[in-house]
Design a protein around this ligand. Structure first.
Ligand code: PDD
Length: 285
């Protein structure tokens, strides 16, 4: 496998980063996860925009959008991939020990692209189990969830809770007891035929899949309520699903002890999302 590191493609064993990299020392950096279908990265511009926003929110100098895009496509092509998982990481770079970003003259830039491993079909047919985590989502005033940063420890703690309970994913509340999001995904549920999802103000990453699903729902006459919800609203829902770039629209069969059927709206939105993916794959690069 070839990895894009800073300015060139190198074999995986040579793709190494310094132990003085502030990404390693302090989690000082940002990332994006993307998915390529038929060799084409879905929603590439939106992902690059969000990476640039994350960079700007931590005053990190990321490479230009053109540079990032070219590096991604070179990595996909060099590895002979069609269906790919793509991860772009930008860290503060190598520097003396100390929090000051000025200690790091150059950011470290990495693109990893590997063959996409499909999720089991069963997950989409039957849904997956979620639990409510005790771990809270970061307070926007402490570490803004809109920064897709390398600091994932609170999400990892929630993920550990999910694993302990034999669940696939955990849902986090914000500090005010309102629903926020999963450890790597946004949550949706259906109540009174309205599609509900925590608003960005509830302290979530504004997922790119979330944004597309909201717009597909609206275009197809499904009312959408982006707001602040307590967990009881989720327990009382008729359908639940989550979204992210890799899983797309993933049905949820259970949250804690409450069970849900994989419902028609979930299936419809999943189909509409897949149609968008197919449509994008047909347009020229
Ligand atoms: N995670 N919320 C969090 C905390 C996330 O980490 C992600 C994405 C999302 C969904 O965003 P999008 O629809 O743009 O993928 C929501 C990716 C998949 C990851 O961490 O690998």
């Amino acid at each position: 496998m070839k990895i894009f590191l800073n300015d060139s493609l190198v074999p995986e064993q040579d793709a190494v980063v310094s132990v003085f990299d502030h990404g390693f020392l302090y989690g000082d950096g940002i990332y994006e996860t993307m998915r390529a279908y038929d060799g084409r990265v879905f929603m590439l511009e939106r992902h690059i925009q969000r990476l640039q926003r994350s960079a700007s929110l931590i005053q990190l100098r990321a490479p230009s959008p053109e540079y990032i895009s070219a590096a991604i496509y070179r990595t996909i092509q060099e590895n002979g991939l069609n269906s790919a998982y793509v991860r772009v990481t930008v860290s503060r770079g190598r520097g003396a020990i100390g929090l000051d970003p000025a200690l790091c003259p150059e950011p470290t830039f990495v693109v990893i692209a590997e063959d996409f491993k499909e999720y089991p079909d069963k997950y989409y047919r039957e849904g997956v189990k979620l639990v409510l985590a005790k771990t809270r989502r970061n307070l926007a005033g402490a570490l803004d969830p809109r920064i897709k940063s390398l600091n994932f420890l609170n999400n990892i703690l929630a993920k550990l809770e999910a694993k302990e309970q034999g669940a696939y994913e955990a849902i986090m509340l914000n500090a005010e007891d309102f629903l926020a999001e999963g450890t790597i995904c946004n949550i949706f549920f259906l109540r009174d035929n309205t599609l509900c999802t925590p608003s960005v103000e509830a302290g979530v990453l504004d997922g790119i899949t979330r944004e597309l699903v909201i717009s597909l729902a609206k275009q197809n006459g499904i009312p959408v309520n982006e707001g602040k919800f307590k967990v009881e609203a989720l327990y009382g829902a008729s359908e639940v699903f989550f979204t992210n770039t890799t899983s797309e629209v993933m049905p949820v069969s259970q949250v804690d002890t409450v069970r849900y059927a994989v419902g028609d709206i979930t299936k419809k939105l999943r189909e509409l999302y897949r149609a968008e993916v197919r449509q994008a794959a047909m347009t020229d690069l």
